[in-house]
Design a protein around this ligand. Structure first.
Ligand code: DCP
Ligand code: MG
Length: 607
């Protein structure tokens, strides 16, 4: 019976190998027997076919008077021959079917297991990797390349076995008929094989380029779908269309090159093999006319040569198709060999609980070598304090707080959490203890309740969910939906506004009850009134946890215990509101501008 876990887990990292053939062989781990069975069934099927030809020879010789009937006389012999033909046909067809079934089973099982592995693996890769890898490219590999491998396992892998078997069996059979006949029949084969191998190399390169372009195309498509609003808002449809057409044209050219290579090679190979076959027929015919072989032998030979040349003719095609499977193998291995982020390495909740005291000492960080994003950041936060970060866009605020859950590791300096280096704690532990309300909220296409309880890791009562939603000032909105907390979010459900989404993510983070809370610009998408509402709720919730607030409005940061003013990756000013407004600096400037704007607004409203 089929159950979801009926294929055993396989760690595809074990299939990483510089030789792609060895690699795909390892991918089939656990299915080698099924594959062997499929090949064996093919062998039986092929043997049945060749035996048919020997029977044919006997039949022809019998008719021509070159062979003796069985003891029971002519009629009985004919009956036996007829039964033999039927029986052999049944064996041939039956085993071919069996072989196909087993090959399909192997192919489907291996690729299903591969897909599961990839999904899991990809979500365990580092932020650095995801930051620089286009989503479209990943999707392309997990779908199209996995499918190419499936075809490879289903058709080509078994095809190679089939071809080799057919060739060997028929070659031996012809040698049985007559040795010189056998040798004459394979003269052209070594050169054909050599040329096929050379061609295989060429096609592999061309196909690799073709796949790359296909990936580029799906990246463009995926980005455009995600960013369809931006495209429309800037009326850039024409531009995007041209860009897509250009990419598509490139794909067409590369595909055309592939086809051209094929259309040049195959006719050539067919002509050579055609001559080879013709040569064998003529040679055999001379032998027959000369009386050196019987008519029956000649008839059988003709059948065997067809089944000798047919596999060679297909071997070339197969070699080429195999190249597509092997290219896909390599493209998938590029993902599979990426190191996973170690999640549990280090101190976990069994060893320690967190209070939330942080000491930054000359912490520096860069996403890419040589481009520092944070430079010598030094400050400290007592457990329970509120730290505010303010500064121009791109100054490194988000990058700084992303160090806390160990999304990224700082490149130099020291960052102590409760007196211990942050890198000593496991990533899993830090992610449990640091709650971030991200700058760009993301909700899954699931119910609101599922979104709020996402990642809490325990049963949550409805009351608890509602309390979190109330604190995030989103309870009333959710109540107004017909399905309440069971309302679906996203494409198949309601569309939430930016502010509503942000508040749902605030609720989600509050429910997680983290020791360190990070609000990255999290009130920027809500109006003043709601902001005040959330702030009041948050003030209660900020108690007993170290909180980082990233904001653009002075009002949001005024009450913080410590304000860090950031510019180009550095802390340029640090202190409490009262001190900072007195200093001549960026903070003062921001303050002046914002109060002036507020005053002007009030004046206008007063008029
Ligand atoms: N950066 C990067 N790779 C990333 C994220 C950011 O190279 N994956 C760069 C872009 C900026 C710098 O790092 O030059 C700082 O980016 P931040 O996101 O930390 O900047 P802020 O959060 O301060 O900016 P904003 O106020 O716009 O959110
Ligand atoms: Mg930011």
């Amino acid at each position: 019976m089929d159950t979801i876990n009926d294929t055993t887990y396989y760690d595809f990292r074990k299939a990483i190998h510089t030789n792609r053939l060895v690699g795909v062989w390892r991918m089939m781990s656990g299915f080698h027997l099924a594959y062997g069975g499929a090949t064996l069934a093919l062998a039986i099927s092929a043997l049945a076919k060749t035996t048919t030809l020997f029977l044919l020879r006997y039949f022809a010789d019998l008719v021509a008077g070159d062979a003796q009937p069985l003891d029971g006389g002519m009629t009985e012999t004919f009956v036996w021959i007829a039964l033999g033909f039927v029986g052999l046909a049944v064996v041939e067809g039956g085993f071919a079917f069996l072989s196909g079934r087993m090959a399909a089973y192997t192919a489907e099982s291996v690729t299903r297991r591969l897909r599961n592995f990839l999904f899991d693996h990809i979500q365990r890769l580092s932020f650095i990797y995801h930051g620089k890898t286009p989503t479209g490219d990943l999707i392309e590999r997990v779908t199209s390349d996995v499918d190419a491998l499936r075809r490879f396992f289903n058709e080509q892998a078994i095809g190679v076995g089939r071809i080799i078997l057919l060739f060997v069996i028929n070659f031996i059979a012809i040698l049985q008929l007559r040795v010189d006949l056998g040798l004459v029949s394979v003269i052209a084969i070594p050169p054909i094989l050599l040329v096929s191998l050379w061609f295989f190399k060429k096609v592999t390169d061309a196909y690799e380029k073709y796949q790359e372009q296909e990936a580029a195309l799906s990246t463009t498509l995926q980005e455009n779908l995600t960013g369809v609003r931006v495209v429309k808002a800037f009326a850039r449809q024409e531009y995007e269309k041209d860009k897509f057409e250009k990419d598509n044209w490139e794909k067409y050219l590369r595909g055309k090159l592939l086809l051209l290579m094929h259309s040049l090679f195959w006719p050539l190979s067919d002509i050579v093999l055609g001559f080879q076959m013709l040569g064998g027929f003529v040679f055999g015919a001379f032998l027959a006319i000369d009386g050196q072989i019987t008519a029956g032998t000649y008839v059988a030979y003709v059948g065997m040569v067809v089944w000798l040349i047919w596999p060679i003719r297909n071997l070339g095609r197969l070699i080429v198709q195999t190249s597509t499977g092997l290219v896909s193998y390599a493209r998938l291995m590029e993902i599979i060999q990426q190191p996973r982020e170690p999640l549990t390495e280090g101190i976990g909740e069994a060893q320690r609980s967190i209070k939330g005291g942080l000491v930054f000492d000359k912490v520096s960080f860069e996403y890419e070598d040589g481009l520092p994003v944070l430079k010598d950041i030094s400050f400290s936060a007592q457990p329970g304090q509120v730290i505010a970060l303010i500064g121009s866009t791109g100054s490194g605020k988000t990058s700084l707080v992303n160090l806390l859950p160990r999304f990224y590791d700082y490149t130099s300096g020291s960052l102590l959490l409760d007196g211990l280096e942050l890198k000593e704690y496991s990533r899993e532990f830090m992610r449990k203890n640091v709650g971030i309300v991200e700058q760009e909220p993301f909700l899954f296409s699931r119910t609101i309740r599922e979104n709020i309880t996402y990642g809490v890791g325990r049963e949550v009562s409805q009351q608890e969910v509602e309390r979190a939603a109330e604190a995030a000032a989103v309870h009333d909105v959710i109540q107004s939906f017909p399905d309440g907390y069971n309302t679906l979010v996203g494409e198949k459900g309601v569309t939430l506004s930016g502010g509503q989404k942000q508040r749902v993510t605030i609720a989600r983070t509050l429910l997680k009850n983290p020791k360190i809370l990070v609000l990255d610009d999290s009130t920027s998408a809500v109006d003043m009134e709601t902001e005040a509402e959330i702030r009041a709720a948050l003030n209660r919730l900020m108690e007993n946890r170290t909180t980082f607030i990233i904001a653009h409005r002075i009002q949001s940061v005024m009450n913080a215990d410590l304000i860090l003013v950031m510019d180009k990756g550095e802390i340029v000013q640090m202190g409490r509101h009262a001190e900072l407004v007195k200093q001549d600096g960026i903070y003062r400037k921001i303050y002046d501008i914002q109060t002036r704007v507020d005053e002007e607004l009030e004046q206008e409203l007063a008029v």
